[in-house]
Design a protein around this ligand. Sequence first.
Ligand code: ADP
Ligand code: ADP
Ligand code: ZN
Length: 225
Amino acid sequence: MNIILLGPPGAGKGTQARRLEEERGMIQLSTGDMLREARTSGTEMGRKVAAIMDAGELVTDDIVIGLIEEKIKAAPNASFIFDGFPRTLAQADALGELLERNGKKLDAVIELRVDDDALVKRIAGRYTCGDCGEVYHDATKPTKVDGVCDECGSSNLIRRADDNEEALKTRLMEYYKKTSPLIGYYYAKGLLHSVDGLAPIDTVASEIASVLDALRPLDGNVKTP
Ligand code: ADP
Ligand code: ADP
Ligand code: ZN
């Protein structure tokens, strides 16, 4: 099964993707994480994308499509959760072609609906573990012990450079202009499921679980490889 988690910055995509990994053995493919890794690795691509990311703009389609293609090819039998990808119609088309070429299909697109006021609060309070990637929040999901990751015990807790008010404004504009058209795109394909992303983390997780559990693998017009 392959799914997309779709939603604005701070909607809870990463949080839910990590739970799905744990609960269903799926693999999270976060282009944001891949790009952040690329920038710390000091490659030319990393340097190119750093300034774009810090400003809150989208990096070019060919870069993220290339990153996703590598990951899909590396794990031919895996079930993927696409987190933060696709973000443009061109990326959505490319993903469709990529999956088809690799004998895979998209089973569902889960849209996490959250209003802008809540997003600002979520982004302002977000921090992550630099070692294992667990996502925390000052108010809604703090670490049990101050300054120590619950999952791996690391004290390397970090805040993202683009989680500030100015960059968030740009990120939201980018989302509404370039990414939100994907809601209609996937609705037309009969793949869209909308979930209330304002609910607590556990409630959102069980809503997503109900959507995935209700999916029927046998739909007549899908080619099997
Ligand atoms: P968020 O958690 O706020 O949704 P991400 O971690 O997914 O953010 O992305 C952070 C930044 O990385 C984006 O603002 C953008 O600059 C870049 N980025 C991530 N994924 C993509 C993508 N699919 N296309 C273009 N840019 C991307
Ligand atoms: P995204 O990947 O969509 O940008 P994250 O999963 O990183 O979003 O979540 C953004 C912030 O909001 C994090 O600090 C996270 O702990 C918190 N968060 C995620 N889901 C919820 C929720 N349902 N209720 C309250 N806070 C949440
Ligand atoms: Zn950790």
